[in-house]
Write a protein that binds this ligand. Structure first.
Ligand SMILES: Cc1cc2nc3c(=O)[nH]c(=O)nc-3n(C[C@H](O)[C@H](O)[C@H](O)COP(=O)(O)OP(=O)(O)OC[C@H]3O[C@@H](n4cnc5c(N)ncnc54)[C@H](O)[C@@H]3O)c2cc1C
Length: 249
């Protein structure tokens, strides 16, 4: 394990709100009295300890805006037979306590102080750290261009659908494009396939203006999208990626 992460203390966190985002995704708000604050894009380690001492630990991105308040939001997809996500979805109640360690990660982060314009690309629950970036951007009323291309299997699996629309409706709001890969409902105005170069060009995810690019989702999604971006001429040092997966690979 990374020695610097090992030195971050575990903090007690109390669940203060739980809300449904989709049929399989919930957002958990935790009160963490000693929370030191975080940058948009960072994550936490979450630790569960059973009465017999058995410990399970997973990483989760922080969904809430950058800041120093004591509340943080984690948005968690229910993975079939998933040890930690099933516990959180099915067992955790308001008032229950778990342990969190963080914030973690210095690479996949965004600060309004270095706002060069943003291109954000998310697959599934990969939207979570990008939502933190967009919420932070809205708080500081950024006037720089931001685009989000968000790939979901179907329209009913879009996480934060209304919240994203609200962010898009703000002055200088994010330019939002959804794509669904397994069938679109009647009247769908977004894209209807996996992300490819043609779609990226059509939606103006080009290197013009030297924007910072953030890509997050399952490992295969990230590999594919990052490959397209490189082929389109996005410099390697402008494209940050985060892979959500069983081992964080
Ligand atoms: C930096 C980082 C940030 C993350 N942020 C988030 C987040 O914001 N929201 C979120 O929902 N998840 C996030 N994840 C994924 C999370 O850490 C867990 O992997 C996920 O919740 C599954 O844990 P589990 O204990 O429920 O499943 P496990 O018991 O670990 O796994 C059960 C089964 O599901 C498979 N599996 C495990 N994880 C996944 C996955 N992510 N996708 C598909 N199959 C999987 C396993 O191979 C296994 O077969 C993040 C991962 C990383 C590395």
């Amino acid at each position: 394990m990374d020695q610097t992460i090992a030195t971050i203390p575990w903090l007690l966190a109390t669940a203060v709100a739980i809300r449904n985002e989709t049929a399989t995704v919930k957002t958990f708000t935790f009160d963490v009295p000693d929370w030191p604050g975080h940058l948009a894009g960072q994550h936490v380690d979450l630790r569960l300890t059973a009465e017999d001492g058995y410990v399970a630990q997973r990483s989760y991105s922080i969904a809430s805006a950058s800041g120093t308040g004591s509340h943080i939001d984690l948005t968690i997809d229910l993975v079939a037979d998933g040890e930690v996500s099933e516990f959180l979805h099915n067992e955790l109640r308001i008032g229950d306590r778990i342990e969190l360690r963080g914030p973690i990660g210095g690479y996949f982060t965004w600060s309004p102080r270095q706002d060069n314009g943003l291109l954000l690309l998310a697959g599934g629950s990969g939207i979570v750290p990008l939502m933190s970036i967009l919420r932070t951007r809205a708080l500081v009323k950024s006037e720089r261009l931001a685009r989000l291309l968000y790939s979901s299997r179907s329209a009913d699996r879009i996480i934060y659908r209304e919240g994203l629309e609200a962010l898009a409706a703000l002055p200088n709001g994010v330019i939002l494009t959804h794509t669904v890969t397994r069938g679109a409902p009647p009247g769908w105005k977004g894209e209807r396939s996996r992300i490819g170069r043609v779609m990226l060009t059509r939606r103006e995810f080009t290197p013009a203006g030297h924007p910072d690019v953030f890509v997050c989702g399952p490992a295969a999604f990230v590999e594919t999208v990052a490959g397209h971006l490189a082929a389109m001429g996005h410099p390697e040092d402008k494209v940050r990626t985060e892979r959500f997966g069983p081992t964080g690979e």
